[in-house]
Design a protein around this ligand. Structure first.
Ligand SMILES: [Zn+2]
Length: 441
């Protein structure tokens, strides 16, 4: 909708009308009776004993395996009904022939399609039935509940939606969604010149909860910090999702917004979710999917609820840290397994001057005063472009520190070129990439 000409060239008031009309349609679709019952059920599930949860998960898994085997071309020749009888699949495989994973049974009145992933090449086509959409919405409601959200609370929404056309260069960089009681802010317009407008608006709006892409809120936090601005409203919680983030980014966000950070992990493939409970622990949401981990702790997941496109043992490519083996009850009362952290997609890497792959970059910005955002792009074997957005306090010494840090991790033989930008481009889905390897073989 946001990319349509109708939206782009309409006056703001009409854009807000469209946003609210869309919100009403979504409400009608997603928040019927079955949704309300499901939210109640999910809250009860979070109180089940470990044994009860395991038996619920086993029953859901069996149903989904049977559905896949009976109704999908890809699975029809599987011998047996156990999970281990099914092969591990991945994005490439599904991308190659998505229709083979579609159930031949009409599972609901509508089928919803979406495209995801990939900065290059063919996108992944995904399909879902209405029940799966409602399930995701109900799961998200439980996460909001854990974060302290109450009906009627006001939210700031700072995700990838192009609510404000790129061409717009004047306030307001946000649109009102009255139906969902949220202010939808544009991530694409946050910069040194506009940050004080954002802060004024947030202070005036007085949100209870912020739902954001980590990179977007981190960018805002860094600019607020560098300009000495202050968020002076009391915010209950910040819910971050859709991208991985580092603990130090969460710390800065918590400090600037004076609110607890909750992480919510989900995939468009609808095979897994991970949420943060009231106690701040990350839990594998085991009434949503079945989770296995390979020897590198990469999550292999089977979603229970999308009967239209059952993906069994899907390799998510996301690496997990500290997955609980001996399950101890959490103070929040749930018996969902705990994990320490999600390291995110394996695959973003650069190559050092000695030829070794480097995939952890969170140390590089350390000690670089005034650095707001950094993206590293390797364009030649011995050349790194450091794309940066800086605050007022960025000095020549910061630049030297940054170059030294990059050389510490990628080798002294690396040539580093600094490129100053107002805004670092996002992927098509609005995500931020820390590192891009562009060397052609
Ligand atoms: Zn917990």
């Amino acid at each position: 909708m946001y990319k349509s000409k109708l939206y782009k060239y309409s006056p703001i008031i009409f854009q807000e009308l469209l946003i609210n009309a869309k919100a009403i349609v979504y409400r009608l679709l997603r928040e019927g009776r079955s949704y309300k019952l499901r939210v109640e059920q999910l809250l009860l599930n979070a109180e089940l004993s470990r044994e009860e949860l395991i038996s619920l998960s086993k029953a859901e898994l069996s149903k989904q395996l049977l559905n896949a085997k009976n109704n999908c071309e890809y699975y029809k020749n599987i011998n047996g009904f156990e999970l281990t009888d099914f092969p591990i699949i991945d994005k490439e495989l599904v991308r190659g022939s998505p229709n083979k994973f579609l159930s031949s049974v009409k599972t609901s009145l509508w089928t919803f399609s979406s495209q995801t992933g990939g900065t290059t090449g063919k996108p992944l086509e995904l399909y879902a039935d209405l029940d799966a959409i409602i399930e995701d919405h109900a799961q998200s409601a439980r996460q909001l509940h854990w974060a302290g959200f109450k009906p009627g609370d006001k939210r700031i929404w700072l995700r990838a939606d192009l609510v404000v056309p790129m061409e717009q260069s004047m306030e307001p960089y946000w649109r009102r969604n009255i139906v969902d009681e949220m202010l939808m802010m544009s991530v694409y317009h946050i910069n040194e010149q506009t940050v004080s407008d954002y802060v004024d608006r947030i202070n005036k709006y007085k949100p209870d909860v912020i739902q954001a892409y980590p990179s977007a809120l981190y960018l805002l936090a860094k600019l607020i910090e560098s300009q000495g601005l202050v968020i002076d409203v009391s915010i209950k919680a910040v819910i971050l999702s859709s991208e991985s983030f580092e603990p130090n980014q969460a710390e800065i966000i918590e400090r600037i917004f004076n609110a607890k950070v909750f992480s919510w992990y989900g995939l468009s493939e609808r095979v897994a979710t991970v949420g943060t409970c009231k106690e701040g622990q990350l839990h594998l949401i085991e009434d949503y999917g079945y989770y296995e981990f390979d020897d590198k702790n990469i999550l292999i997941a089977t979603g229970f609820h999308n009967k239209k496109m059952p993906l069994i043992r899907y390799n998510t490519g996301d690496q997990f840290v500290g997955v609980e083996n001996e399950i101890k009850p959490c103070d929040c009362g749930s018996s969902f397994r705990k994990v320490k952290a999600i390291r995110g997609r394996v695959g973003e890497y650069l190559v050092s001057d000695k030829g070794s792959k480097v995939s952890i970059f969170n140390h590089i910005p350390k000690g670089v005063v005034g650095l707001v955002e950094l993206q590293l792009k390797q364009v030649e074997p011995l050349k790194i472009l450091a794309l940066i957005v800086t605050g007022k306090d960025f000095k020549k010494s910061s630049e030297i520190k940054l170059i030294n840090n990059i050389k510490d991790y990628l080798g002294s033989g690396m040539v580093v070129e600094i490129i100053y930008l107002d805004h670092i481009p996002r992927t098509k889905n609005g995500k931020f990439r820390q590192a891009i390897y562009e060397v052609r073989d």
